[in-house]
Design a protein around this ligand. Sequence first.
Ligand code: SF4
Length: 457
Amino acid sequence: MRFFIDTRGCPKNTVDSEALEQALRSAGHTAVSHPHSADVVIVNTCGFIDVAKQESIDRLIELGRDKRPGQRLVAAGCLSQRYPEEVSADLPEVDVAVGVDAWRTLPELLDTGNPAAIPVEPVPSGSLLRFPASLSVLNQWPASPRKVRGPSAYIKISEGCNYGCTFCAIPIMKGLYRSKPLLQIIAEAKQLAHFGVRELILVSQDSTAYGLDRKDGTSLATLLEELAGNVPDLKWVRVMYLHPDRLTPRLIERIAAVPSFCQYVDIPLQHAHPDVLKRMRRGHLIERTEEHIALFRQLIPHVAVRTAFIVGFPGETRAEFDFLVEWTEKMRFDRMGVFTYSKEEGTPGAVMSDQVPEITKERRRKRLMETQAHISLEIHTRLIGQTLTVLVEGVEEDSRYRHRQGTSVDLWSVGRSHRDAPEVDGTVFLRGRHSVGDVLTVRITDVTAHDLFGEVV
Ligand code: SF4
């Protein structure tokens, strides 16, 4: 059977789609590059916040509208996991809804080998994996070989989350925290490095909790140390989603000592005002976070620190928001994402009083992003004349860049430095054509608040 997978949402969904693709290939099905030529079109949906949910729903409706006779449309992933009945009832174009473990359930469903034979009526919600479920199923991890798509690759090191942040629906969709076996991660990393991957990006909901649920001494630090020892070809191991509440000076010292640890830390803080953090049930104290970030900056001199904030959480006063802005001016983050609070049913925040008007949320998001843009430009301007290590990812075809710097540059290659995680941070444009996967030393010659421009030394 020919299938096409459309991925929405976060890098964890990208990893899940890859696992699903490999599972379907191993079951003898064929991946096609366009939905029209597929017998089964699968949308790996996102169910995190309103805008992301709407994007998935719009895509399902769009693909549903273009469905050929006999073609089947599958809604997989977080949206189906969170709203199985609604997906089946409100989206008649969807033939099958499967949850976040599609890699495990969909091959069985497709085994009929004839798309028309796939059950047309929605699968009764009872059969969808719901949380809590039997641990044995929860602890199954896709084991199929990874497909390499460039010089960097994601590895999802765990699933689920044990925190109960009052704005977050992820535990509803993903269940409790469980770590992927360390040996399986090492094997996957070796395979990826063998096929030319130079940067590994570790993703999860809470990377700092890695291994703790296994109670066998495994931890994020041991994982990074084992990766450095067993997969020496990796240039960078980048860790996303460090939970501020679990950081300790000992963990930071061990992480900082790992040679392949990328000089980049992603610590989603969500807010800075103590009262807002309490209402969010984030658990961390801002003073301790300041100490931890200072320690990272002391132990890793050129470390880039990324964070993310939610503005407009219920009850957020003007004073609490101003505190956040002033605090970010003091902390001077290298990279930042700012989101407006999304009222998610089933979360405590959704029933809190003093919901902030959308226009106020948007105004606050804009102001915080503008504050950060100034800081980023100042930080980038100080990089002019300095050199950075850059991983080349491709060539920039966009002619807008050709005339940058007043001279006509025929070709720019694009890459990222240690300061840039894929999809969320900036790009380094370097003159000339360079090979994908090259790791080059680049002297920075020009900057914007988001991107850098340079030439190979
Ligand atoms: S730690 Fe992250 S994933 Fe877990 S509940 Fe909080 S926001 Fe959600």
